[in-house]
Design a protein around this ligand. Structure first.
Ligand code: ADP
Ligand code: ZN
Ligand code: ZN
Length: 822
């Protein structure tokens, strides 16, 4: 006898609308309804959407509601805590719950009317295991290649096809198109094997005989013997395994050069990586052990501790000890890192200690791998993935028993998601997530965010400092090159001061490596007319185009528009078009002219877009196959190289002069981080900062490695100008295609806000870039005292925005709300 009670469910749908959607449950589905399961519901005129049930109730809505079409899951796919976190995020970041859900769920879980499916590229399908309807879909996809859910629904002649799609995905017959297109980055490793010539036994024997009589070749002979021992004559061995077992790197290189061995890069599955041998973690140094003890002591009274440790102080080993303790108690650990710091280097370091217990959750991994981790956590399978290493989106995983959240490089701006909504900060969400589990939090940084340091020095967080590098290595020596003077005395060689040039020559003579940091990619940011100052702008955005030499185009960094460079000025007809400023590509080009024969490589957004190229460049640099690495921010992140003796920061002003209240903080962070790459093992590194103003106070603090000094100085400015940590900011950006309408409407909204918040409202004003992709922009900023109730403020603001939108003419404007902008 089915339960004939009338139930309603509230459902989150993946749409940017700030309200709950209520549906009626048909009786026959009553027993399948649960919180946290997915349902298919009608939405709009003819669409079907997949949403998640958040509440089951019997409150009859006062409007006509539609019926739930079907239920997709037997068990909830999200936990109660996840839903709580989503709700917190929606409220705190003023985002729609549907947007939060969209960010949180792997795309496989989202089956909407727009979803397109294709055949799974690598499974053999046995039609015997398919139902008739499934087979119909399978057959149709063989002809049509891709179909959306509506088309599929027409093919099989039923409306609710999501459950069938879900089954087909589970049987690995189909995949969503999104998943297939997602850039899937297979892991690769270098294998070494004998060239085909020496795979012939007689040739190999002759060679070995010759080598065994030549003393100079004994190391090379050792390598060959080791290779045969590991893999046999026709097999290959991992290059890293050879070197781990004592093969000489130079002997390996020579053998490659002489055509005895070849190196090949091959894909390896993640499983093989997980097979890496487990080894003991390192014994902590005295100061590391003290820091660890201080952290643990602080945890008796505080939930959050900041570990302020200089670069190379060995923070990771301290994290490892804390992780071990959590594992021993059967708890989970979330280790958050900025995307870019998630290198193979670090992953392997942790896998070495924890093996398959480490799960990596990463946007560069494909959906199947992400779903694998999601499901393992959801099913509370503690045999694997007890430690999640991931970028900001890993806060969305279904943790069950979280004991510790580590946020390394907590100051990093890439923890913040800009677009799309929710515009959240992974560090801050990580803290909230931890509090839901009463878990501890460790924030780690050599250059903490000003807000974090404020919290740590005012008692909200505990503070532990680690002031020396591991092994008592010296912090690098930081010097300045005075560009102004060198320009006057004409000692500059293109963009390099003589001071930096001399240091580079010395380093290259010593066969040491160099890192050059320039926070701008492309060849020349601006291509301008020398006579009248005209410069080409993007057609869609209000920004200058950047010259990219390798493909000879002028490109917009905001919308990817590009055009060929122009030789003649359209305004004054002169052909003297000049370049202003300089980017990474131009530096790379100049270096090859100034230092012929020197191997230069560039690490920036453009060179790392291809699969694996980021890791490949770093690996080559690590191997010594690159002499000078030129790069943007990417070179500043936790890389650990032994042979870098010199770091050059090419244009300090480019950082310092940014029109942004965080310019000083960011400049300090970037300069210190990149400086930290110099001189790790056997030699004190040298850093040269090129600047017009060597007395600048931020630079002085970088030179003295004086974070506290910088912090104190900066805090005064923040207080005087009403910025964080004393004030919390909310940015509202208004977008419209028509600049006049935009003007009127943004003025109206600002006025409404002023009535409530008074002088805490700034603007409307033009942001730095006034137009992006043909939308004109205006921004309004709200500055609220730290002590005020933020949730009350947001409630008032939301009400105000809702009122604003009740006017029909205002409906054409787009609003972007950014809480805690960086
Ligand atoms: P941080 O993250 O603080 O910049 P790392 O954790 O990367 O520093 O450590 C810097 C270097 O010192 C690494 O090469 C690491 O392997 C080494 N190291 C740190 N602690 C120890 C230890 N206790 N024993 C041996 N080597 C260590
Ligand atoms: Zn001109
Ligand atoms: Zn553009």
């Amino acid at each position: 006898m089915p339960n004939r009670k009338t139930y309603f469910v509230d459902v989150i749908l993946p749409v940017p609308i700030h309200k709950a959607f209520t549906y009626r449950v048909p009786f026959e589905l009553n027993e399948f309804i649960k919180e946290g399961v997915r349902v298919v519901v009608p939405f709009g005129r003819s669409k079907l959407q997949t949403g998640i049930i958040t509440k089951i109730h019997e409150n009859v809505p006062d409007y006509q509601v539609k019926y739930v079409e079907s239920v997709l899951d037997e068990q909830p796919i999200i936990t109660g805590k996840q839903f709580k976190l989503w709700s917190w995020m929606a409220e705190y970041y003023m985002a729609a719950l549907g947007d939060v859900m969209n960010a949180a769920l792997p795309s496989n879980f989202k089956l909407g009317s727009e979803t397109k499916v294709v055949l799974h590229p690598d499974t053999e399908v046995n039609p015997d295991f398919l139902t008739d309807r499934e087979y119909q879909i399978y057959e149709a996809l063989q002809i049509q290649k891709e179909l959306d859910l509506k088309e599929i629904s027409e093919i099989v002649g039923i409306k609710t096809i999501q459950p069938i799609i879900k089954d087909l995905m589970e049987k690995r017959v189909i995949m969503t198109l999104e998943d297939v297109q997602e850039k899937y980055t297979p892991k690769t490793q270098i294998f070494i094997e004998l060239t085909s010539e020496y795979q012939q036994e007689d040739k190999l024997k002759a060679l070995m005989d010759a080598y065994s009589t030549d003393k100079k070749k004994s190391k090379q002979l050792d390598v060959i013997l080791l290779l045969i021992q590991i893999g046999g004559p026709s097999q290959s061995a991992l290059r890293s395994e050879l070197t781990d077992k004592g093969a000489s790197v130079s002997a390996l290189n020579t053998l490659e050069k002489n055509g005895v061995l070849v190196a090949q890069r091959r894909e390896v599955s993640r499983i093989e990586l997980e097979d890496a041998k487990i080894s003991q973690s390192k014994t902590l140094s005295e100061s590391q052990a003290t820091a660890l003890k201080e952290i643990k002591d602080l945890y008796t009274e505080k939930d959050i501790v900041l570990l302020h440790g200089v670069t190379g102080s060995g923070k990771t080993e301290i994290y490892v000890e804390l992780i071990k303790e959590q594992l021993a108690q059967g708890k989970q650990v979330l280790f958050l890192l900025p995307e870019i710091a998630l290198t193979t280097q670090l992953i392997q370091r942790l896998r070495k200690y924890f093996g398959a217990k480490v799960g990596v959750y990463h946007s560069r991994f494909n959906q199947n791998e992400r779903i694998e981790i999601w499901n393992a956590l959801l099913q509370n399978d503690t045999s694997q993935f007890q430690i999640i290493l991931g970028a900001r989106s890993s806060v969305f995983l279904p943790f069950r028993n979280l004991g510790l959240v580590i946020v390394d490089e907590e100051h990093e701006s890439s923890f913040k998601q800009y677009d799309p909504s929710p515009r959240y900060n992974g560090r801050d969400v990580g803290i909230v997530l931890a509090s839901m589990f009463k878990a501890k939090v460790l924030l780690g940084s050599a250059t903490p965010a000003v807000e974090t340091y404020y919290n740590a020095t005012t008692g909200k967080y505990g503070l532990v400092s680690l002031k020396e590098r591991f092994g008592n290595l010296m912090l690098p020596e930081i010097l300045t090159a005075n560009i102004k003077q060198e320009k006057k005395s004409k000692t500059m060689q293109s963009d390099f001061s003589s001071f930096l040039m001399d240091a580079m020559k010395e380093a290259l003579d010593n066969r040491e490596q160099i890192i050059l940091f320039q926070n701008r990619r492309g060849y020349n940011p601006v291509w301008a007319c020398e006579v009248c100052g005209w410069n080409p702008l993007c057609k869609n955005c209000d920004v200058s185009l950047t010259y990219h030499m390798h493909n000879n185009i002028l490109k917009c960094h905001y919308c990817s528009y590009y055009e060929p460079p122009i030789g003649t000025c359209p305004k004054c007809n002169s052909n003297r078009l000049k370049m202003i400023g300089f980017g990474t590509e131009k530096i790379e080009d100049e270096l090859t002219i100034l230092f012929p024969g020197v191997r230069v490589e560039r690490l920036d957004f453009d060179t790392t877009r291809k699969k694996n190229s980021y890791e490949r460049i770093l690996e080559d640099f690590d191997k010594g196959a690159i002499d000078i690495l030129v790069g943007t921010q990417m070179v500043t992140k936790g890389l650990d190289f032994d042979n870098v003796s010199l770091v050059g920061i090419l244009d300090a002003e480019l950082l310092l002069k940014r029109p942004d209240f965080r310019a000083n903080e960011r400049s300090y962070q970037l300069m210190s981080q990149v400086a930290g790459r110099a001189g790790r093992k056997n030699k004190r590194g040298k850093v040269i900062i090129q600047t017009y103003d060597p007395d600048n106070w931020v630079i002085r603090h970088v030179i003295e490695h004086d974070y506290e000094g910088l912090y104190k100085h900066e805090l005064i400015e923040r207080k005087n100008y009403f910025y964080p940590p004393y004030y919390k900011l909310i940015n509202i950006t208004l977008k419209h295609r028509n600049p006049i309408e935009l003007d009127v409407m943004s003025f109206e909204l600002a006025e409404m806000m002023q009535q409530k918040f008074g002088t805490r409202v700034l603007g409307p004003e033009f942001p730095i870039v006034k137009r992006i992709q043909n939308y004109y922009l205006k921004s309004i900023r709200l500055k609220i005292e730290r002590e005020a109730s933020q949730s009350k403020v947001k409630e008032v603001l939301q009400q105000l925005i809702d009122d604003f939108y009740t006017k029909p003419r205002n409906k054409s404007i787009r609003l972007v709300i950014d809480v805690d902008p960086l």
